[in-house]
Design a protein around this ligand. Structure first.
Ligand SMILES: Cc1ncc(COP(=O)(O)O)c(C=O)c1O
Length: 249
């Protein structure tokens, strides 16, 4: 008797278009790869050597599940200085994909809704489907900007998450301070958890990260309710505490 061993959960995930393009490219002669974010240069020798040295020094076994303490402590201190308050626990995952999966599984119950803009990073929809959640996708065409009025219309009593991705894949759009403020307003008003996918934050070359923390801790800065016009606000957790920050390092 034939039996389908594939779960309904897996069946609900359709193959990403990017995989189809990979398959097609594998059959082509000398295709130019403009797809995933692979640099066109090799890993620098200094980084390779550091990895080799660590392996040789015996750092080649299971670590603490949440990541080794010195790494987590260093990232917590750096991020807290940058954001202007203690950001809380840091968890090391296998890529931002691992972080997204865990964040969604840890927060979404069947029927819960998550709002995000279209165009969006392909995994959001599939992870939400796998968690039994519902993707509520807000059209951001033609300018790909965050339109608070459109987002607000998409919110229902079942909305739990607001997913932001700035700088964005695939559009490259970086949310302005006004847009971040508007997104935080919406999240506060509807008591939403925000998932801030900041994987491309290192590409914001004009941010002085040291100045951000210094400004926030200076007298007169009122934290989440303060006058953030004195500091460049490019990351939602500067203004809102109910945020899971996802970064790649
Ligand atoms: C917006 C966005 N989030 C998350 C990821 C996944 O990141 P990682 O490769 O670290 O798993 C990607 C990768 O393309 C991405 O573009």
């Amino acid at each position: 008797m034939s039996r389908n061993f594939v779960s309904n959960r897996a069946l609900a995930v359709d193959a990403s278009g990017i995989r189809k393009v990979f398959d097609l490219a594998a059959k082509m002669k000398d295709p130019i790869n403009l797809s995933i974010g692979l640099p066109d240069f090799d890993v620098p020798d200094i980084a390779k050597q550091a990895a080799i040295d660590s392996i040789k020094a015996g750092q080649n076994r299971y670590t603490q599940t949440q990541g080794i303490a010195p790494l987590r402590e260093r990232l917590r201190a750096d991020l807290s200085r940058e954001i202007g308050r203690d950001v809380g626990e840091v968890l090391i995952t296998s890529g931002v994909s691992g972080g997204l999966l865990l964040a969604i599984l840890a927060t979404i119950d069947p029927g819960d809704e998550a709002v995000f803009l279209d165009p969006y990073f392909v995994m959001y929809k599939h992870l939400l489907t796998m968690a039994g959640g519902k993707s509520v996708i807000v059209d951001s065409y033609p300018d790909f900007r965050f339109h608070a009025d459109r987002v607000e219309k998409a919110i229902t009593p079942k909305t739990k998450l607001l997913i932001l991705n700035s700088p964005s894949n695939p559009t490259g759009v970086v949310m302005s301070e006004a847009e971040i403020r508007a997104a935080v307003e919406v999240a506060k008003k509807h008591n939403l958890l925000m998932l801030s996918d900041e994987i491309y934050e290192p590409f914001l070359y004009d941010i002085d990260r040291n100045r951000v923390g210094a400004t926030h801790s200076s007298p007169g800065y009122g934290g989440a309710n303060g006058d953030a016009s004195v500091a460049p606000t490019y990351s939602p957790p500067v203004l809102y505490e109910k945020v899971v920050i996802l970064r790649g390092f």
